[in-house]
Design a protein around this ligand. Structure first.
Ligand SMILES: Cc1cc2nc3c(=O)[nH]c(=O)nc-3n(C[C@H](O)[C@H](O)[C@H](O)COP(=O)(O)OP(=O)(O)OC[C@H]3O[C@@H](n4cnc5c(N)ncnc54)[C@H](O)[C@@H]3O)c2cc1C
Length: 417
């Protein structure tokens, strides 16, 4: 079923009785060519591009809960291509281009809104770093504008510019950055993959990975064994646990990241803003809630909820930057489990086991990567060689030390990225 304005109108006139389910609910088959473990954004987009770009459809996506119940439905929805380092720069640039055609491609409204992102800076040194990053973005073919203090004031007059501790010096403006509706992205890819013949199997936890003579042969699941020629792991915060099923120990730590939303307000915030003197970012959802977040909770955990000291820290940053936030009532907060890599950059690679692939290490920035990651992972699985946009996302960089991409320059400490 194609979605269109005309269809919405016609269904409205007919009492909305003609809509069918957006995807099937199939029983798992005994075997597939490819099994993808994890029905988050990355798993679903991988299945979609395997079918669309490579014509492979004998595929199952196995999800232990429900589609979109993981980080893809828990994030703060920011989409951007403002990375500075070779490796990340070309990957996120490619991903943003996929975002720009995504709704037409999927025939699904993911509410991608290029409302612009402004990263504020609060010192001369930070201005230099922003200029360097902006130049890297422009060299990559993306957009960046260095704003001075007055330039920021024109765009964001409600900020506290004269806070004695962190006066705003300017900002790096990325007009093509913005937001998208997170769970619609999962649903759009799910529908697209399903309509091409991929089986999306929910409530199906992978409990074992079968390996014979160094070759993967299938998986054990809560719904029985499934044989497969290729198995692709893409389970975000659970990466360490799932890789352990294949006897692998990953350079990944799982940490909690919280998000917060206020009651619905009239439009006050047109863009996405990040505070450069602390870890804080904010935007306004289409429902009116101010959506914001900050630091990790700073200890390793598999709990998808956070603690009050971090909530307090984030709210302090909010009020420092934007005192008016203090008048809004907080509606909800929640947490997600982040797959933190030592250099803060991801892994999309083959493993030492034939037919077993790995995609993880997205830290708290993997939502914007959903199209690019699925595209590159599908290429790797289908052709057994990396896609050029993700060629540097090798697993062995953490063993050899060569090719690390420490975008934040915080060193090899998972909790600081
Ligand atoms: C609070 C918060 C804010 C964030 N903000 C942003 C942001 O603004 N911008 C941005 O780019 N990124 C952001 N992120 C990061 C982004 O959400 C993640 O990097 C990304 O969603 C991870 O990939 P995924 O969608 O595939 O993960 P998930 O949706 O978590 O998918 C993994 C799936 O694997 C399943 N699974 C796990 N184990 C098994 C198993 N054994 N068998 C079967 N299935 C299994 C899980 O149930 C889950 O559904 C944020 C994350 C959080 C938590």
């Amino acid at each position: 079923m194609r979605y269109s304005g005309l269809r919405v109108l016609a269904e409205g006139l007919r009492g909305n009785k003609g809509w069918g389910p957006a995807w099937r609910d199939p029983e798992p088959k005994a075997s597939y060519d490819i099994v993808i473990i994890g029905g988050g954004g990355h798993g679903l987009s991988t299945a979609y591009y395997l079918a669309k770009q490579h014509g492979l459809t004998n595929i199952a996506v196995l999800e232990k809960g429900y589609l979109g119940g993981g980080n893809v439905g828990r994030n703060t929805t920011i989409v951007r291509a403002n990375y500075g380092l070779p490796g990340n720069s070309e990957f996120y640039s490619h991903s943003l281009k996929l975002w720009e055609g995504l709704e037409q491609d999927l025939n699904y409204n993911v509410m991608h809104s290029q409302r612009g992102i402004i990263n504020l800076f609060h010192s001369d040194g930070a201005r230099d770093a922003a200029a360097r990053r902006g130049n890297a973005m422009i060299n990559q073919g993306d957009d960046a504008i260095l704003l001075d203090r007055n330039g920021v004031r024109d765009l964001l007059p409600y900020l506290d510019f004269d806070n004695i501790r962190f006066p705003i010096y300017g900002g790096l403006y990325h007009p093509r950055g913005g937001t998208a509706r997170h769970d619609a992205v999962a649903w759009g890819y799910a529908r697209g993959a399903d309509s091409r013949g991929v089986d999306l199997i929910q409530n199906c936890e992978v409990t074992g990975i079968d390996i014979e003579n160094g070759q993967v042969t299938g998986v054990q699941t809560s719904r029985g064994p499934i044989r497969a020629k290729k198995v692709a792991m893409v389970v975000a915060g659970r990466s360490g646990q799932v890789a352990a099923l294949a006897g692998m120990r990953l350079p990944i730590e799982s940490h909690v990241l919280q998000a917060f939303v206020t009651e619905g307000l009239k439009p006050v915030l047109d863009n996405v803003i990040t505070f450069g003197a602390g870890h804080f970012y904010i935007s306004q959802s289409d429902k009116g809630g101010l959506v914001f977040g900050g630091d990790l909770d700073l200890y390793a955990s598999y709990a998808a909820r956070g603690n009050l000291p971090t909530a307090e820290h984030v709210v302090e940053a909010a009020i420092t930057l934007m005192p008016m936030v203090g008048k809004a009532r907080m509606l909800r907060s929640w947490g997600g489990i982040m797959d933190m890599s030592p250099d803060g950059s991801p892994i999309i690679d083959k493993t030492h086991i034939d037919g077993l692939y790995l995609n993880c290490g997205w830290c708290y920035g993997g939502f914007k990567a959903v199209p690019g990651s699925g595209f590159a992972y599908a290429h790797l699985i289908a052709q057994d060689r990396p896609h050029e946009s993700a060629a540097r996302y090798r697993l062995d960089r953490f063993r050899t030390g060569a090719g690390l991409m420490d975008e934040e320059a915080t060193g090899s400490q998972h909790n600081l990225h």
